[in-house]
Design a protein around this ligand. Sequence first.
Ligand code: ARG
Ligand code: ZN
Length: 419
Amino acid sequence: MVLLTLILELLIIALVNSNYTGYKVYKVVPDTFEQLKAIDRFHYQPHFDFWQDGTTVGQTNNIMVAPKDQSDFEADLLKNKLNFEISVDDVESFLNQEKQERLMTRTFLSLGQVTFQSYMFYSEHMAYLRRLANDYPQIVTLDKIGESYEGRDLLLIHISSGPSDISKPVIFIDAGIHCREWISPPVALYIIQQLVENPENSYLYQNVDWYILPSLNPDGYEYTQTHNRLWRKNRRLTAGAECYGTDLNRNFDYMWMFDGASQDSCTEIYAGPEAFSEPETQALRNWFLNNTELNIKLYLTFHSYGEMMLYPWGYARVLPENFEELHRVGELAANAIGQATRINSNYLVNSSAILLYPAAGGSDDWVKAIAGVDLAYCVELPDGDAPFFFMLPARQILPVVQETFEGVKAFHSYIEETY
Ligand code: ARG
Ligand code: ZN
């Protein structure tokens, strides 16, 4: 039965896929502030997809443009005296190559197992969590915090040394909110595996409790596996909207729609019809609001890519009152990763609006501002040793998850020592 489903899924991957024939990715680097603004406008244009964002003069942007928009786009660049290079000449063949590699390296897992040699299906993520809950009932409990729009379980794993002592500091981690950022769930799963199944790490949950949600946008994730590798948003169609999906990381109710978000459903940064309009963001909100008695000290949300440790605020270029601590602790983690890296990761640490771009409605801002968690970070994971963008090859999962775990341990020791 399981085998049959897997074979079916592989067939779907091989046959049904959105078509990116002729789509190009343009690499553009602005030299002036005017040029920077000219590029930024495309964030708000339907169907333009930034694979990389440059926020200041001199930084690289990579923008995917559909064939029908290419001549206007190139004319616009010319008008603004912007030179460009082509990073990906035909997105379709780029994706096909990735797909072939993926099918070849695909490992068949027996139910409840985890792997870091290939990307797993959502069903396999969940089977792994369920197996752990079954095998380690003293330390693991599972909580279904809600369902995705299409009815998939949003499973949160709680790892704890036992009789819940609500004064213990808590670390909360989620992953997969942007579903094409495939390296994010494995990072969460590796932390889970190391905590639960590697006895050497049991010290990590003696004084600190962990809550980890590895797949926050399972509908989107499934869709990237079967239909469109580049899907970012969830899969709900807003009533009356033209295009599917809301950017879940623009849908949280703190300074919603303030900046870096759009009300056009065909953009990649569509914030939804209103804050918390989506079942996936509602589930996270409800969990935090239902657990206010917990002593949550650290929130991590994993994204890719960029090698950045981003702290609030994201909505604008202003800093929270504890920014010095946020910066210092972010650097502890970044340095730990830098020490451990085998793929030359080199993290930058700053507020996300300053280092990346202002974007309101993110989970990190809401968790800090409303759920009251002092330390919140959006971790932009690496894209490997070549520009793979979101398509990090399976062979690089292991080095990324291992080095990131070193960063997470650095966060943990700060939390343990401080609280
Ligand atoms: N790449 C992430 C995004 O675009 C960064 C989010 C950072 N946090 C924020 N609140 N803007 O969603
Ligand atoms: Zn993201």
